[in-house]
Design a protein around this ligand. Structure first.
Ligand SMILES: Nc1nc2c(ncn2[C@@H]2O[C@H](COP(=O)(O)OP(=O)(O)OP(=O)(O)O)[C@@H](O)[C@H]2O)c(=O)[nH]1
Ligand SMILES: [Mg+2]
Length: 424
């Protein structure tokens, strides 16, 4: 199967903790604070790379982590920043947050990139907290949390023109003579099982042609490999409908033509309204009467028919010219499709939330920002403890617990720290 979607788990680096440290110097009994800052955690960056074609690699590696920042140290030594992690994806990849369903980025150009998970900030060392009243702060800031999220990568096939038709009618043969691509060509159905892209160079221009696996009746309901690939066809701008006009497999070319058209229509109106160039292939096997009958039929319906013998490159140039003209017209008349990207803040949406619950008679308080403040707390220092308490109170958690029935003397648990509630 052609892999054009992948889910991966990414995690940015945690920021390093700031250090609590005091100068120790001979003959100076009370040195000042000298704890350095922690380093920044590495970001997860996703970047479009023109050398990649598929999302295949993401089938084998699903978890991506950036480096944590180093903790600060004494003597005002800073912790090293964590290294960013660069994830390369093919041009045309869309990045989605699985939880919110938001599209975070549409990486349309080679080299464009975006930070999918920002690393935590480095925590400040205790030297930072020194001021005229507080000469010896014995606490430091914990590093910022890492960010973990599951994202979905989806590769849009950025093809301009799509080749459609029944199996074995000569689509791959056409692709092979008109582009640099080297698709497999063989005399059986479904030789092509995933879309092949090729670049057509025409005069001074070029466009991308995609060879879609053969469609059959019922494709719009998922028969054959239809459904999977009609989705790709939907993103092309112009279609080349290849018909075996010789009826070499015993089918009637007019019926073939109508069957495919009605499949497109059933799948979506949008698909059915795309400009179509009709290539009547295998003319070497067809008698004049058969070609004439088909041409008249299709032209009456408003299509222009191009007779062709793909393997020997006969009539191919005319089809490409017509497709290119239709493409130029299409682009003139239609705005390029823009994908709405949602810009989200760097932190988790629930970063500032605080939660209260009851467990075994205890009141339990949790929260992501709370975790960071908790980690910055020195439990031997009243000032530091007080700050933690004020934060919990400021978030309304004490009020919530009171309304849940908390009384003087009940236990409040914050991560692995427990204290008694005292009515002040
Ligand atoms: N005689 C003749 N044979 C052709 C012509 N075009 C293609 N063929 C043959 O038809 C067979 C199928 O050609 P492909 O190009 O693989 O057809 P396809 O539409 O890509 O087929 P699937 O990938 O199976 O859907 C091969 O044996 C080709 O050599 C043609 O114009 N004349
Ligand atoms: Mg093929």
């Amino acid at each position: 199967m052609f892999v054009d979607k992948a889910q991966i788990l990414i995690r940015s680096g945690k920021g390093g903790n700031g250090a609590v440290s005091f100068r120790r110097e001979p003959f100076i009994p009370q040195g000042g604070p000298d704890g350095g800052n922690g380093g920044r955690g590495g970001d997860i960056i996703i970047k479009a790379d023109g050398n990649l074609r598929t999302l295949m690699d993401f089938r084998y590696k699903r978890k991506y982590e950036a480096e944590n920042g180093e903790d600060g140290r004494g003597r005002q030594q800073y912790g090293k920043d964590g290294k960013d992690l660069l994830i390369k994806v093919p041009v045309g990849t869309i990045v989605k947050d699985v939880q919110t369903g938001n599209i975070l980025a549409d990486l349309k150009e080679n080299g464009s990139s975006f930070v999918a998970a920002k690393g935590g900030k480095g925590g400040k060392g205790n030297v930072f907290y020194k001021n005229s009243v507080r000469q010896a702060p014995n606490f430091a800031e914990a590093g910022g949390a890492s960010r973990e999220r599951t994202i979905e990568l989806e590769l849009k096939l950025l093809a301009d023109v799509g080749l459609i038709g029944f199996p074995n009618v000569g689509k791959s043969s056409f692709l092979s003579v008109s582009t640099n691509a080297n698709p497999k060509i063989a005399d059986y159905h479904f030789t092509t099982i995933y879309p092949n892209l090729g670049i057509v160079s025409l005069y001074d221009n070029s466009f991308v042609l995609v060879d879609i696996p053969g469609l059959i009746e019922g494709a719009s309901e998922g028969l054959g490999m239809g459904h999977e690939f009609l989705k790709h066809v939907e993103r092309t701008k112009v279609l080349i409908h290849v018909v075996d006009v010789s009826g070499s497999e015993g089918r009637d070319p007019i019926e073939d033509f109508e069957t495919i058209n009605s499949e497109l229509k059933t799948y979506s109106e949008k698909l059915a309204s795309k400009p179509v160039i009709v290539a009547a292939n295998k003319i070497d096997l067809a008698d004049d009467e058969a070609l004439e009958r088909f041409t008249q039929y299709a032209e009456k319906k408003g299509y222009k028919v191009y007779p062709m013998c793909a393997p020997i490159n006969e009539g191919v140039k005319e089809v490409l010219d017509a497709a290119y003209q239709a493409l130029l017209r299409y682009e003139e008349e239609n705005e390029p499709e823009e994908i709405a990207v949602v810009s989200e803040p760097d932190e988790d949406p629930d970063y500032r939330d605080i939660h209260v619950s009851r467990e075994n008679g205890c009141y339990v308080v949790t929260g992501k920002q709370l975790r960071k403040i908790f980690d910055s707390t020195n439990f031997n220092d009243t000032g530091s403890l007080r700050y933690l308490y004020k934060y919990i109170e400021g978030k309304g958690a004490i009020q919530t617990m009171l309304s849940m029935g908390m009384k003087e003397g009940d236990t409040i648990r914050v991560f692995d720290y427990e204290f008694e509630y005292v009515d002040e």
